[in-house]
Structure formats: structure tokens, C-alpha cells
Design a protein around this ligand. Structure first.
Ligand code: FAD
Length: 407
């Protein structure tokens, strides 16, 4: 088996690409990161990181910076969107319940803070900004990456973490592989002192109603702001196939939530909503790799945000690829085959659960008794998502291969 280190190119310096860079470096492997943006600047939104990702960030020495900029939610609360009644509540920071159960924290963090933490320490000569991938071509064991600026580079292997509208996905599966969910979202970040009607402002809360829901959680080291995502079952068809954002307004957003609890309407009214987000997911792809090009993160398994797992599963992917590259000692094809076999079933199961979660959150009035029972059991039912240890899972097939080799 070859033992030379492969020349690795990562496309996209988002959550997946940056985590992968660190995970490779931690294992003595270098990679070049090619990012289309001219600077790394993430604006206007936050992300919730669960234990399946924070345990990996801890192993990479990146967690302290994330925790310092985060709020750990007190509880996970489900409420009726109109009356505000608490339908179910599960302790998280309270009594240390979440950390005790999963061994790592749950963090609400601004994306700019997360990006700062992930990009710190990336070698400047390995980060190539302003390089938008437009083409991939593989010949005789090498892949050529072509960029919009007309330049090209060659690598032994390409990991494409180029997000939900991945160019590399077209190369791997032959089409754009994206499906519009029939739902769209209004997002915003609001200072807590502008939300006088909000009960439990440091909890992560779902406000549920017919055909819509709103999710929010506090962010920042001082829990000074609330990040929210309001999801509605409209428009039926997305008008701009090539774009994830469409122009909108606060009036349009508020119209979906007429008659809802003031905590919900205050939050939505606090933001201008110049745009709404179409919620897209990747079709279950027939494959994640073609030759020496593999997809990672949203490029491979973009999912609905209802379990808050897009970024978390992306971080799991990154650790898995890095561990397999290191363990396979230069056998790129073996590492990529193992990566695909390990990651597809888990991410597919979470994609499915996220789709089902949307239905449970949007039931019409009068059909909610079964939903309420379901929601009361959510932490038990979906504990497998948070309990997952990606590094241990990546090491498991290697351990069993080693055992059979010594038999
Ligand atoms: C409304 C909403 C709320 C969400 N909330 C959560 C949450 O709470 N928790 C959670 O886990 N996930 C959440 N997600 C999902 C999460 O944002 C994504 O799953 C995650 O960012 C995926 O990481 P990635 O690295 O694959 O892609 P990204 O983080 O999107 O990074 C892709 C990078 O590739 C670059 N790029 C794209 N094309 C090219 C190209 N051709 N050449 C070079 N560079 C390129 C981009 O500029 C970008 O930097 C949410 C998503 C949405 C839409």
C-alpha cells in the first residue's frame, strides 16, 4: 500500500472545509483550501451545535473558543404558537442534564464567531480566497480543478465542501441534485431587550402552529441576542431555481403569523426581512464520489434544518474523512470508499427525520394530541443523533479490519 501523503484539495472554506482542514492537520496531513469568497465573512445568522459536533471540535482544540462565544440553552421547550402554552420541556443546561447525557455541550453561536474559531490557525499560504471552482477533470490518478479566474491546480484527491449549491455535485452525480421542500424561512437575530413578551429567553424553543413554526435560541457569551428561524409552508414552487434567497418584507413574514403569541410576532417584527430563504435538500444521491472527487457536508446531504443537524453532520463528515485518510496511509480510493459507506446511511436517516419533523411541527388545530405525545418523547427518540461519536465510528471498521488480519 502506498505511504506517500496525498496532495489534498478542499473546495469551500465553510463549516465543513475549515473543520476538515484542522482535522487533517491534526493527523499530520496538509491540504489546500479553495474558497470563492474574497474574504471569510459570514453574516446575519447563527447555528446551534450539538454534542455530536462539539465533541469533535473539542478533540480538535477548537471548542473553547466556540463555547466562549455561545449560549448553552437552559431547556428545550415546545409551545403552542398561539396560546404560548408549554407542551413539553426538557432540561439542557439546567442541572447539567445535556452535558451529563451526551458528554459535550450544546452551543448557540453566531456564524461569524464560529467561522472565526474555525479559521483561526489555518495556515495563510494554504487558504486560497477568491477562487471559485468551475470545473473538475480527472485523468491518470490526478484531478485538475479549474477556477473562474482562469487558473487551475492539480491534486491527488478533492474533497468538495462547496455547500448546498455545489458545483462538484454536478461533476459527481450529473445534475444539481437539489429538491425544494415547499417551505421557506425568515431568519433574524434580535437583542433580547427588544423581546419583552418572550418567556424563557435562554431556552431553545419551538412555537408550533398550522402550516408554520418558529424556532429560536440565544447566542453569544452573554446570551444577549436571540437567533430565530420562522418556517412557513410557502411558496408551493420556488421562483428562482438558481438562487436560495428571494426578496421579501416584514409585512409578508408577519402575515403568516397573524394571531400568534406576541413573543413570536415581536421577534418577526424586529427584523426587516428583505429576503426569505428557500429550504432545499439534496436528493438522496446515488453516490458521493466519482473517482478521486468526494462530496462533504451540504454538497452531499443538504437537509432541512428541523433537527438543526446540517452543520453538525458536516463536522462529523470532516472528522471521518480525515481519520480515514490518515489510517489508510495514502490509499485514497480505500479511504473515500470507507467514507461513503460510513456516512451515507447516517446522514440519510437524519435527512428523513428532519423531513418528518417539519410535519410534526405544522399540524392543524385539533390534530395535535398525537403530536404532543410525540414531542414529549423527542429527546429519547432522537438521542441517537446527539450521542453519535463520529471519530469512534470511523475507527471501528479499521479496528475490525485489524482484528480479521491478525486472525
Ligand atoms: C435557515 C437555516 C438554518 C440552519 N440552522 C442550522 C443549525 O442550527 N444547526 C446546524 O447544524 N445546521 C444548520 N443549518 C445548516 C448549515 O448551515 C449547513 O448544513 C452547513 O453550513 C453546511 O456546511 P458546508 O461546509 O457543507 O457548507 P457552507 O458552510 O455553506 O460552506 C460552503 C462554502 O463553499 C464556498 N463555495 C461554494 N461554491 C464554491 C465554489 N464553486 N468554489 C469555491 N468555493 C465555493 C462557499 O462560499 C462557502 O464558504 C441551517 C441552514 C439553514 C438554511
Amino acid at each position: 500500500m502506498p505511504s506517500q501523503k496525498p496532495k489534498i484539495a478542499i473546495v469551500g472554506a465553510g463549516i465543513g472545509g475549515l473543520t476538515l482542514w484542522h482535522a487533517l492537520r491534526a493527523r499530520g496531513l496538509d491540504a489546500d483550501l479553495f474558497e470563492q469568497a474574497h474574504e471569510l465573512a459570514e453574516i446575519g445568522a447563527a447555528v446551534a451545535l450539538s454534542a455530536n459536533a462539539t465533541r469533535e471540535l473539542g478533540r480538535l482544540g477548537l471548542l473553547d473558543a466556540v463555547v466562549a462565544a455561545s449560549t448553552e440553552p437552559t431547556e428545550l421547550v415546545y409551545r403552542d404558537g398561539r396560546s404560548g402554552a408549554r407542551i413539553a420541556a426538557h432540561p439542557m443546561r439546567l442541572g447539567g442534564a445535556y452535558r451529563q447525557r451526551f458528554g459535550a455541550p450544546y452551543c448557540g453561536v453566531h456564524r461569524a464567531d464560529l467561522q472565526r474559531a474555525l479559521s483561526a490557525g489555518v495556515a495563510p499560504d494554504r487558504l486560497h480566497l477568491g477562487r471559485r471552482l468551475v470545473g473538475l477533470d480527472e485523468r491518470e490518478g490526478a484531478v485538475t480543478l479549474t477556477f473562474a479566474d482562469g487558473g487551475s491546480v492539480s491534486a491527488d484527491v478533492v474533497i468538495a465542501a462547496d455547500g448546498v449549491r455545489s458545483v462538484a455535485r454536478r461533476h459527481v452525480v450529473g445534475d444539481d441534485g437539489l429538491l425544494y421542500s415547499g417551505t421557506s424561512g425568515f431568519r433574524g437575530i434580535v437583542p433580547i431587550d427588544r423581546l419583552p413578551s418572550l418567556p424563557d429567553p435562554q431556552a431553545i424553543q419551538f412555537w408550533m402552529g398550522p402550516s408554520a413554526h418558529l424556532l429560536h435560541y440565544a447566542i453569544g457569551g452573554d446570551a444577549g441576542h436571540v437567533n430565530f428561524l420562522a418556517v412557513v409552508e410557502a411558496p408551493r414552487a420556488w421562483p428562482h431555481a438558481e438562487r436560495g434567497l428571494a426578496p421579501s418584507s416584514a409585512a409578508e413574514a408577519l402575515a403568516f403569523f397573524e394571531g400568534w403569541h406576541p413573543a413570536v410576532t415581536e421577534m418577526i417584527a424586529a427584523v426587516a426581512h428583505e429576503a426569505r430563504w428557500g429550504l432545499f435538500l439534496a436528493h438522496p444521491l446515488p453516490r458521493w464520489r466519482r473517482g478521486r472527487v468526494a462530496l462533504l457536508g451540504d454538497a452531499a446531504h443538504a437537509m432541512l434544518p428541523h433537527h438543526g443537524q446540517g452543520a453538525n453532520t458536516t463536522i462529523e463528515d470532516a472528522v471521518t474523512v480525515a481519520e480515514l485518510f490518515a489510517a489508510q496511509d495514502g490509499d485514497v480510493n480505500g479511504a473515500l470508499a470507507a467514507y461513503e459507506a460510513l456516512r451515507r446511511p447516517r446522514t440519510r436517516a437524519i435527512q428523513r427525520a428532519s423531513w418528518a419533523g417539519n410535519r410534526a411541527l405544522h399540524l392543524p388545530d385539533g390534530a395535535t394530541a398525537a403530536r404532543d405525545a410525540l414531542i414529549a418523547a423527542f429527546p429519547e427518540q432522537f438521542g441517537w443523533i446527539h450521542a453519535f461519536d463520529a471519530l469512534a465510528a470511523a475507527k471501528a471498521p479499521l479496528r475490525s479490519a485489524a482484528r480479521s488480519a491478525t486472525r
